[in-house]
Structures are given as C-alpha cells and as structure tokens.
Write a protein that binds this ligand. Structure first.
Ligand code: AMP
Ligand code: ZN
Length: 114
C-alpha cells in the first residue's frame, strides 16, 4: 500500500535498522524501544490488522512467529524469556495499520499488560 509507513520500510523507501529480511518478512528495530531488545516483525505484504487476515496469510503469520523466536534466540533470550505482542486497532493500542509483531526482551515483563 503506497501510503503505509511499514510498506515503505519493507520496500527500502524509508530507512530502518533492519535485523532480518526474507521473501515474506522484514524485521527491524523499533524506533522507540520499550525494552533492551525491541524489534518489529512484519509481513512484506500489506495487511492492516489481525482482523483482516484470510487463509492466504496463514503461512506468513506462522513465519512471523518463527522469525521472532529465531531473533530472540540469537540475542540470548530463549531460555530467560521474551514476549511477542500484536496490538489491534485503537483499544488494542495499534498506531501503525500494517500488521506487526512486537518482539521484546531483556527485562522482566509485567502481566496483565497495560
Ligand atoms: P503499534 O502501536 O502496535 O502500532 O506499534 C507501532 C510501533 O512502531 C511503535 O512501537 C513505534 O515506536 C514503532 N515505529 C513507528 N515508526 C517507526 C519507524 N519509522 N521505525 C521503526 N519503528 C517505528
Ligand atoms: Zn503496509
């Protein structure tokens, strides 16, 4: 989608600190990190929210989780623990309308989330 910030990052039109990319996904550091480790993993294809998923997205959504786990393991958080979060729409806290998996690690997480 031409007007989407995360589509532009995926296409290299806006700079980001990219930590992983493949044919289906891109992962980059969050510009306002909420933990010592905070990256966003996105599908290259534009999908606005989790509400918009169809069967055709099953594969890439699984891949987002596997990329997240790989990155967390590479950073040494696999055993200690880490968190993956997807915010959805306004009350869910979603500001950027392109599905993204927050991957956070390096501090004790609270529950319930705020
Ligand atoms: P959400 O509130 O779930 O939509 O999360 C959007 C996230 O995108 C926030 O954590 C922002 O800090 C992050 N963000 C916004 N703009 C950028 C950017 N240009 N590069 C990296 N992260 C960004
Ligand atoms: Zn997009």
């Amino acid at each position: 989608m031409s007007d989407c910030l995360f589509c532009k990052i995926a296409q290299g039109k806006i700079p980001a600190r990219i930590v992983h990319q493949d044919e289906d996904t891109v992962a980059f550091e969050d510009i306002e990190p909420q933990a010592p480790f905070h990256v966003l993993v996105i599908p290259r294809q534009h999908v606005a929210t989790l509400n918009d998923l169809g069967r055709e997205h099953d594969g890439v959504m699984g891949k987002l989780l596997r990329v997240a786990a790989t990155l967390a393991r590479e950073k040494g958080y696999a055993e200690k623990g880490w968190r993956a979060v997807v915010n959805t729409n306004r009350e869910g806290g979603q500001l950027v309308l392109h599905v993204h998996l927050h991957v956070l690690g390096g501090r004790q997480m609270g529950w319930p989330p705020g």
